[in-house]
Write a protein that binds this ligand. Sequence first.
Ligand SMILES: [Ca+2]
Ligand SMILES: [Ca+2]
Ligand SMILES: [Ca+2]
Length: 229
Amino acid sequence: MALCSAQLTVVQSAPATITTGADLRVDITITNTGTSSEEVLVEQGVGYEPIEPKPHFVDIPGYVTPKHYYWEATIGPGETKVFYFIERLTGGRGHYYIPAATAYVLDGGEYKSNTLSIKITCNANGVCEIYDAEDYRLCPEDCPSGGTDFYCDEMPDGICDPDCIGKVESVDPDCTGNETAPHAPTSSVPVQMAPKPPEDPGFPWFLAIGAVLVVLVAIGAYAFAMKKR
Ligand SMILES: [Ca+2]
Ligand SMILES: [Ca+2]
Ligand SMILES: [Ca+2]
């Protein structure tokens, strides 16, 4: 049996909370606690939109292509190196679970890091941004219960949540079951209006009246001229 001579500690760290849409940096800190220098390959999967480093694509025909971050380094005895990735949590909501990063060494040893669970908070700015992953469940600071936010909150708040109407499984105690289907979401996000069509000018009466007057004047002038003869 081959003995694994390398000794590594692999620790992932990141902020405990982050605002949705923000850039999250995750550090992978590796310390070589052994007595020899080690060639190390570090791997971690891609979760949200990668900002850096550029991820690698693993091309497996017939499967959804998985994306990974890879780093290679030589870590001397007693030495610590930090690898990191930055992702933009666009559309992120709830919790972001980050699996263990893996460090591989040349002799076949494999070291796993801890996992992370990062709470993704909403952008509490007084506006319920329903098109940016905010609703009563994930952003109660901005989205009160009973609002139209694509989430049926079922709160006994005296309001039949419009998002619960028409849902068979809905149990909002404020809905009687006789409500009509909700209209389009009433968002506090500014809504771009379609450009106003130009107004129909209608029949050009002033031109017609003008033309008639010109003809009448011409006939009058002709009649006057004939009379003078
Ligand atoms: Ca908000
Ligand atoms: Ca709602
Ligand atoms: Ca309710």
